[in-house]
Design a protein around this ligand. Structure first.
Ligand code: XMP
Length: 326
């Protein structure tokens, strides 16, 4: 019968047998699946595993620290962080088309990862143990979906950062292949991964890059990051984490509107709150967040983030709108 303990024991034995004394690499995205699959492999083979975290500069507030400090402290995983913000923002300069953004972010992610990987491959070779495997956080629904051929139109390319080069000469370790998301969370808890990571709501691979409508710049990211952090804080404080599937905060960076603050006229940007309820992100309804909570969020954002002078609410279901604005 199914217990997270049994699954862990089984997977550990399986991973050890598959890997032997070889080295393994893994890409952490900050999300649940890569966090749990990486921790599981680490539990099996310890420092034969190296995890790589690419900071593309499109992360949410505190996300990098969460991985570098909390995740590492709780799992003991050997981690390399790549500072790639400048590279990513350089390539995103002037780009406003959503799919082009996704393509660039996906491509640069692979490049950044491959660079570290080459270094690790050389290092491992010098030490006499080649890198032979790559960890992937594939879940059961991913397996079904990719084999499905459902014929649905490709609405968004859904670049999953963590989607790795497929021309690699590595074997795959996919310890979550038979599991559903809630089972993965359970295993993560059993492995001691902090709740903030294990219970995290979905967040797109291209990160805040597809929540700035218009060009992605460092300043705009800073503004959005602050607003997003306030929204997450207040929704958590209101106990709405379970009811809400996710709540994108979208910066309409090319729109300005007039406001008044103190004695002064402002000419700032609006943000859109997009709280949605959903089972699987295929369809969604907008969440009826209590007015009190919305009021608090609105007050805090306009008080604490100088460039934002208007907070709006998206009350569209999916379909016809998608969850993300891009
Ligand atoms: P949409 O906007 O298509 O989103 O209704 C459905 C779910 O997918 C997430 N999403 C993405 N996830 N890379 C990802 O890894 C992407 O490019 C991407 N685009 C959307 C979105 O956050 C929602 O959970």
């Amino acid at each position: 019968d199914w217990t997270s303990g049994n699954v862990i024991e089984e997977q550990i034995a399986k991973i050890r047998e598959q890997v032997g004394s070889a080295r393994v690499i893994s890409a952490l995205s900050g999300g649940v699946d890569s966090a749990v699959s990486t921790a599981l492999v680490h539990r099996a083979i310890g420092d034969q595993l190296t995890a790589v975290f690419v900071d593309h500069g499109l992360l949410r507030k505190g996300e990098r620290e969460q991985v570098e400090n909390d995740y590492v402290a709780s799992t003991g995983v050997r981690l390399i962080t790549v500072d790639a913000e400048e590279t990513f923002l350089g390539h995103l300069a002037g780009v406003t088309d959503p799919e082009t953004k996704r393509k660039i972010i996906g491509r640069e992610f692979i490049r950044a990862f491959e660079k570290v990987q080459r270094e690790l491959v050389d290092e491992a070779k010098a030490e006499g143990e080649p890198i032979k495997f790559l960890v992937q956080g594939t879940l059961y629904p991913d397996v079904v979906e990719s084999g499905g051929g459902s014929g649905t139109a490709n609405i968004k390319s859904h670049h999953n950062v963590g989607g790795l080069p497929d021309d690699l000469d590595f074997g795959l370790i996919e310890p979550l292949r038979t599991l559903f998301k809630d089972e993965v969370r359970q295993i993560g808890r059993e492995l001691g991964i902090p709740e903030a990571i294990v219970g995290r709501q979905p967040f797109p691979g291209p990160g805040l890059g597809i929540r700035i409508i218009g060009e992605v710049t460092k300043d705009r990211l800073e503004i959005l990051r602050e607003a997003d952090a306030i929204v997450r804080e207040e929704l958590t404080a209101a106990g709405l984490d379970q009811e809400i599937w996710q709540c994108p905060v979208v910066l309409l960076a090319d729109v300005r509107s007039v406001g008044v603050q103190g004695d002064g006229r402002t000419y700032g940007h609006p943000v859109v709150l997009r709280p949605v309820s959903s089972e699987d992100a295929m369809t969604a309804d907008w969440t009826r967040v209590p007015y009190e909570t919305l009021a608090k969020i609105s007050n805090r954002i306009t008080n604490e983030v100088a460039e934002i002078n208007r907070v709006t609410l998206d009350v569209t279901s999916k379909p016809p709108a998608t969850i993300e604005w891009e």
